[in-house]
Design a protein around this ligand. Structure first.
Ligand code: CP
Length: 323
């Protein structure tokens, strides 16, 4: 086994997103994404053990919605980097109800060094970022889930290496925030992304236009045969948080789009299955798929920690504690 080369405060990479917002994967250039993922891989190899580059810095984790992975990994990640995280639920702060979003931003910036927000509307994050002088990180909105995609592509690179040009990544299911962020990652990495949805559940038109503007071809189809031979098959829940009233309609619309072990057998021999979790077993997938030899879903969940630590380092690593 290779011994990890330990980094010291003098040998850390230069932060590439110093003080910047991360509201979308497109807030990074391909080179910046490369730097963040290289750092995530290095952290996973244990090369940052004992290094505390965010000592004296704090981040507020704002949650309008439930979370296991995002909350735990941002909190533990901040601790491991020497900083402090404070979690604020929406019952406490009432974004836009108890208090204007702009006022929340203008308070938080006086106390903490960055904000991570998990919100219903992307507009809420945009407003936080517009009014706060500190960086705002997207921890999921109705439109995008860019922090998740960092971990997803770390997992894909764990399997296939860092040159993903031409790799076939197939997303099946709802054309939701995950599907949208996959399109952005195709722009950044050159992966060949196919989105397979039922009619009426395609990705956001504005995000598809982002691909057109960047000259990136995205295949949109309703045809399940597009899965055959894929390097990566990815799915997400059919009923996202806040869509519970549409549950029955959605279950009917998505029938046939469930990821099963039989579907995984049609991937490339080296193909892998990813799911951002939580899984709604019996809907978009079944336990036999997440336990399948092609499944990497729990490695993917682990990578949330490494990828988000890397992100926080590159956003906050050049800051000086203010106190
Ligand atoms: N995938 C994901 O964002 O998980 P949580 O909702 O548990 O944070």
């Amino acid at each position: 086994m290779n011994k990890a080369a330990a980094l010291t405060p003098d040998t850390l990479p230069a932060p590439v997103m110093a003080g910047r917002d991360f509201l979308s994967n497109l807030d990074m250039s391909p080179a910046e994404l490369r730097a963040v993922l290289d750092t995530a891989h290095s952290m996973k190899r244990g090369e940052w053990r004992g290094v505390k580059p965010l000592a004296g810095l704090s981040i507020a984790l704002v949650f309008e919605k439930a979370s296991l992975r995002t909350r735990t990994t941002f909190d533990v990640g901040m601790y491991q980097l020497g900083g402090h995280a404070i979690t604020l639920s929406n019952t406490e702060i009432g974004l836009g109800t108890r208090e204007r979003v702009s006022d929340v931003a203008r308070n938080l910036e006086r106390w903490v060094d960055a904000v991570m927000g998990r919100v219903y509307l992307q507009q809420t994050l945009n407003e936080l970022a517009q009014h706060a002088t500190i960086p705002v990180i997207n921890g999921l909105s109705d439109m995008l889930h860019p922090a998740q995609l960092l971990a997803d592509y770390q997992t894909i690179e764990d399997e296939f290496g860092t040159d993903l040009r031409g790799r076939r990544v197939v997303y099946i299911g709802d054309g939701n925030n995950l599907a949208n962020s996959h399109i952005h990652m195709a722009i950044l990495t050159g992966a060949q992304v196919t989105i397979v949805t039922p009619v009426g559940y395609e990705p956001n038109a504005g995000v598809l236009m982002d691909a057109v503007k960047h000259g990136t071809d995205i295949t949109l189809t309703h045809d399940l045969s597009a899965i055959a031979g894929a390097d990566v098959l990815y799915t997400d829940v059919w009923i996202s948080m806040g869509q519970e009233a549409e549950a029955d309609i959605r279950r009917r619309a998505f029938r046939g789009y469930q990821v099963t072990p039989e579907m995984l057998d049609t991937l490339a021999p080296h193909g892998i299955f990813l799911h951002c979790l939580p899984a709604h077993y019996g809907e978009e997938t079944v336990p036999e798929a997440t336990e399948h030899p092609k499944s990497r879903v729990f490695d993917q969940a682990e990578n949330r920690l490494h990828a988000q630590k890397a992100l926080m380092y590159h956003v906050m690593g050049a800051m000086t504690p203010r106190w």
